[in-house]
Every structure is written in structure tokens, then in C-alpha cells.
Design a protein around this ligand. Structure first.
Ligand SMILES: *[C@@H]1O[C@H](CO)[C@@H](O)[C@H](O)[C@H]1NC(C)=O
Ligand SMILES: *[C@@H]1O[C@H](CO)[C@@H](O)[C@H](O)[C@H]1NC(C)=O
Ligand SMILES: *[C@@H]1O[C@H](CO)[C@@H](O)[C@H](O)[C@H]1NC(C)=O
Length: 439
């Protein structure tokens, strides 16, 4: 008898074995000895920057959650932690995931026990470049000893002391953001504001904004007609890039520069605008898309002068004929999805006192394309809102930069090769804990 048996050579056996292992990993994807970091439960203050050396620029330099707010590291996976550092000195330690904890230095610790001694150093600074209409470009980010992790790119009108827009990346993993991170103090930065004897923080106080606006409108300094004594009719520091649009609390701090804010009526800020921010985060996570967001301002809000009745522009700073920090007429947010090259503009009218928003409408409303919007769009008190195509929007808001065509081709990689690539990345990824001093 003769059976024609095709014998496997050694290479076939090895690849079959590798395939078996790969299949098993799909069946049992998580090991009990994995290390996990919960963004909401395992970060202690001052929290380290959890960087992925294989990550990209800005927010993509960080480890992003892989499931909800969880980041998973495999057993034995090596990490690097910067345990102490300033602009000129950094102390990088190594950590290894061992049976659910991180082996760091001489000890094995849960991630929650790893803290930095200082808040990571961050800064807002002019880049020297210009943006739309010759305005000045500002960047906000973490300055590490060897690189700058930019989070915001801001276009700033330094004459009027007015933010044109703030540009940033919103990750599809944003549902895992650190909720309830304490609000730090706002930062004026250096070289952005010239407001005489005052500072920006003071200009935003209820008492001072009432004095400034009442003077512009010919009202008595203590008149509560527009800036109310209490409640939500006052001008808040309206974030352009929202703090919750970034994963880590350490990143939230970067949004608290005044160059990332504009005076926004609190009743609008806390309602329709807040709903929009929530809706866009949900859009990114539900559709699993990374977005590029531009949030900006357009025009100057007006109210009638008490005696002449003339429409009068509103500013937080007015000294003689000098004006600064305008109260925007419109707030807008453009989301752009590079993969599909699609996007839209969402607009809100920043004036709860107008009777008829007609002259603040700059396009044909297309909000019916976005059934996920939960704002009360036609309520003027809560901020009258509508949506524009990017095409129509950019005809009026000429300060919006033309959105770029995606640079990333969708390569079709044979799936087995892709699995090996993923394995390689997973087993070699590192954590870096960055720590920088503020002083
Ligand atoms: C957003 O991410 C892309 C890709 O990493 C980067 O090129 C771009 O500069 C980022 N945008 C900002 C405002 O940092
Ligand atoms: C107004 O401007 C003058 C001249 O620049 C300056 O000396 C003064 O401090 C300013 N006043 C306030 C309240 O900012
Ligand atoms: C706008 O919303 C406020 C607060 O929810 C409500 O009191 C008011 O009646 C609304 N206005 C209109 C015109 O629906």
C-alpha cells in the first residue's frame, strides 16, 4: 500500500503553529496578567503624561484608551517613565507590566501610585508664523526637553486681542475622557494682552464686565440690565477648544489659556453650546472617527446705546478709544473628518437679548442632516443656533482656513501581515511618564 502523504516541511509547521497562537489570541484576547490604566480611576496628581513612543504628534503622542477609559498593557510589556524633570533635566525610568502592576525602579506599583512631583510644564507662545488675514499664530502644548507636544493651534488678532479660532484634534476615543477633573486657574500667558492696569481675569469678573459694558452703553455703572446680579446672564470665559475634548486631565489644563476663550453669555455657554460640544464628542466616538475641529468667533456683538439707541459694539476692555477682547457676535465650530473629507459648520448667536436673529444668519440652515444635535436651536435666550455647509460658511467667515485634503491613503494590507504588525507594536510599546516643572 502506498499513501501519498504530503509532508509539512519545518517552515510550514512553524507558520501553522504561529497561526494557532494567533487564533488563540483572538479567542482569548485578554490575559489576566495584563496591566490596565483607567483614565478616571488610576491617575493621581500631579498625573504623569502617559506617552507612547510609537505614537505621533500632539495628542497622538499619548496612549489613548483602547476600551472606554481603559488602556491595556500586556504582561511583560516594557514602559518608560519620566519620574522627575524640568525643562533642562529629565529623569526617565523604566516600567514593566508584571502580573497586573507596574514594575518601576525597585518596586512593583499600581499605576495610581505613580505620580510626578510637579505639574508637567506647558506654555502658550507665538510661533512666529501667521494665519488667516495676517493674524498671528499661537501654539499651546507641553514643552518637553526634546519636543513640543502641540495641542492647540490658535489664530489670534493681537491688535484687537481677539481669538479668531482654535484648532485641535479630537480623538475617536474621546468617550474615555477624564470626567470631573478639577478646573485650574485661567492663564493669561505672556505677550498676548495689553489691558492697562487690569488683567484679563479681572476684566471677566461680573462686576468689572458690568462696569465696562454699561459705560459703553451709556448705562449707570451699577445697572443690572444686561449683566445680571446673579444667574446666567453674564459673560463667561467661553472655551473654544473644550476641556473635555481632551482625554487626560493634564491636557485639560492646556485649554485654560485666555487665548483659547472668548466672552460668551453663560446662558448660551451652559446650554446650547454645551449640547453641541457633547454631541460632537458622541459623534466622534459612535462613528469611530478622528476629527479636526476649528472653534472660532465672528464679528462683534452689539446692544443698543441707552440714550442714542445706536447699535454699540461690546468689549471687555475699553479705555479711551482703545478697545480689546470683543464679545463675539457668533461662535462657530467646524468639524472636519479627514478620512471622508466631510465636515460642517455649527453656529450659535452670542446674544440672549436680541429679538430677531435674522441678521445673524449667514447661510441656509442644513441642521436637518444632523439628527444627533440635541440643542434647542431656535431659542434665542439659550443661543440661537444653525448649521452651514463649509462652502457657504467660508464665504462669510473668510478667516476659516481652507481645510486640507487628507494626507493618509487607505492602504490595503494583507490581513495576516497586519496581524503580525499589530503584534509587533503591542509587544514593543512603551509607556513614558513625563514630568516637567512649572517653575
Ligand atoms: C492634528 O494631528 C495631525 C496628525 O498627527 C497633526 O499633523 C496636526 O498638526 C494636529 N493638529 C494640531 C492643531 O496640533
Ligand atoms: C488706560 O490707558 C492709559 C494709557 O495707556 C493707561 O495709563 C491706564 O492705566 C489705562 N487704564 C486702565 C484702567 O487700564
Ligand atoms: C427658551 O428656553 C428657556 C429655558 O429653557 C425657556 O424658559 C423659554 O421659555 C424658552 N423660550 C422659548 C421662546 O421657547
Amino acid at each position: 500500500m502506498h499513501f501519498n502523504v504530503k509532508r509539512h516541511n519545518k517552515g510550514d509547521m512553524v507558520s501553522s503553529f504561529a497561526t494557532l497562537i494567533l487564533l488563540l489570541q483572538f479567542v482569548f484576547p485578554a490575559y489576566s496578567s495584563d496591566c490596565t490604566i483607567s483614565i478616571n480611576n488610576d491617575l493621581s496628581e500631579p498625573q504623569p503624561l502617559v506617552l507612547n513612543p510609537r505614537g505621533g504628534d500632539g495628542i497622538y503622542a499619548f496612549y489613548l484608551p483602547d476600551n472606554g477609559d481603559i488602556i491595556t498593557f500586556a504582561e511583560n510589556q516594557l514602559g518608560k517613565l519620566v519620574l522627575d524633570g524640568t525643562l533642562t533635566r529629565s529623569d526617565i525610568g523604566q516600567a514593566r507590566c508584571v502580573s497586573g502592576s507596574f514594575f518601576i525602579g525597585e518596586q512593583t506599583l499600581p499605576f495610581s501610585a505613580i505620580t510626578c512631583s510637579r505639574i508637567p510644564y506647558h506654555i502658550a507662545r507665538y510661533t512666529g508664523g501667521t494665519c488667516t488675514s495676517g493674524h498671528r499664530e499661537i501654539e499651546v502644548g507641553f514643552q518637553l526637553s526634546n519636543r513640543f507636544l502641540r495641542h492647540l493651534r490658535i489664530c489670534y488678532d493681537s491688535n484687537l486681542q481677539s481669538v479668531i479660532y482654535s484648532e485641535y484634534n479630537l480623538t475617536k476615543t474621546i468617550a474615555g475622557f477624564q470626567a470631573g477633573y478639577p478646573r485650574p486657574s485661567w492663564l493669561q500667558g505672556s505677550g498676548f494682552y495689553t489691558v492697562g492696569a487690569l488683567n484679563v481675569n479681572k476684566l471677566y469678573t461680573r462686576a468689572q464686565q458690568r462696569i465696562t459694558i454699561n459705560a459703553l452703553l451709556g448705562l449707570d455703572a451699577f445697572d443690572f440690565k444686561y449683566v445680571a446680579e446673579r444667574g446666567d446672564l453674564y459673560l463667561a470665559r467661553g472655551h473654544l477648544a473644550a476641556k473635555a475634548d481632551f482625554i487626560y486631565g493634564a491636557q485639560h489644563r492646556l485649554t485654560f489659556y485666555f487665548v483659547n476663550a472668548a466672552p460668551q453669555w453663560q446662558i448660551f455657554n451652559g446650554q446650547n453650546w454645551k449640547y453641541l460640544e457633547d454631541n460632537i464628542r458622541k459623534f466622534a466616538s459612535r462613528n469611530n472617527v478622528d476629527l479636526i475641529i476649528y472653534t472660532g468667533t465672528h464679528g462683534v456683538a452689539t446692544l443698543p446705546h441707552a440714550t442714542s439707541g445706536a447699535d454699540t459694539e461690546l468689549y471687555l476692555y475699553a479705555n479711551g478709544t482703545t478697545r480689546g477682547i470683543p464679545i463675539p457676535r457668533l461662535f462657530w465650530k467646524v468639524f472636519y473628518e479627514p478620512k471622508t473629507r466631510t465636515g460642517a459648520a455649527f453656529i450659535g448667536v452670542n446674544n440672549p437679548y436680541i429679538m430677531d436673529p435674522a441678521k445673524d444668519i449667514i447661510c441656509t440652515d442644513i441642521c436637518d442632516r444632523y439628527d444627533w444635535l440635541t440643542w434647542k436651536a431656535d431659542n434665542v435666550t439659550l443661543g440661537y443656533c444653525y448649521c452651514c455647509t463649509l462652502d457657504e460658511f467660508s464665504k462669510t467667515v473668510t478667516t476659516l482656513p481652507s481645510v486640507q485634503i487628507s494626507q493618509f491613503a487607505q492602504a490595503c494590507v494583507p490581513s495576516i501581515l497586519l496581524i503580525f504588525v499589530i503584534q509587533f507594536y503591542v509587544h514593543s510599546r512603551l509607556i513614558r511618564c513625563q514630568l516637567y516643572s512649572l517653575s
